[in-house]
Design a protein around this ligand. Structure first.
Ligand SMILES: [Zn+2]
Length: 151
């Protein structure tokens, strides 16, 4: 999925799930969900996330292949645990929700994802081509969900 679609999916995940979590600042929670929703693409040399993260993104995208460990459920869970240890579980769930929304967005594309990499090379994929009509339909549908949440 494209950058803006990942953000939109992250926003919808936030709207659907936010009421299940309490214990901190909701704006910060949203910011972390959105960060999590674009963070995995730090492994893509051409992504906005990589460019925005400067030298760290350059190193990560050089060392790790795109849609490898940074697109694995284990990285999401690893960050979740790190956030619990060094911050708190409320914000840890925000990162996990954002991360999951990103993996969801990539799983539904034909390129798919190795969700359990590096333990398994099993790939899950879907029919939605990146930048294709299906992605725009999803973007539009999610936009409606977001609009509806205000009324
Ligand atoms: Zn991705």
């Amino acid at each position: 999925m494209l950058f803006h679609t990942h953000l939109m999916i992250g926003l919808v995940f936030f709207l659907l799930l936010k009421d299940y979590f309490t214990g901190g600042n909701e704006i910060l929670f949203l910011a972390l969900v959105l960060l999590g929703s674009i963070f995995p693409d730090i492994d893509d040399g051409k992504s906005k996330m990589k460019k925005a993260s400067g030298i760290i993104g350059s190193i990560i995208s050089y060392l790790f292949k795109h849609r490898g460990i940074f697109h694995s459920i284990f990285m999401g869970l690893g960050l979740f645990v790190l956030f619990i240890v060094f911050w708190n579980s409320y914000y840890a769930f925000a990162i996990l929700i954002g991360y999951s929304s990103h993996l969801f967005g990539d799983i539904i594309t034909p390129m798919g994802l190795k969700l359990f990499y590096p333990l398994s090379d099993f790939k899950i994929r879907g029919p939605i081509r990146v930048g294709g009509l299906g992605e725009w339909v999803i973007l539009f549908g999610m936009g409606l969900v977001v609009l509806k949440s205000f009324f």
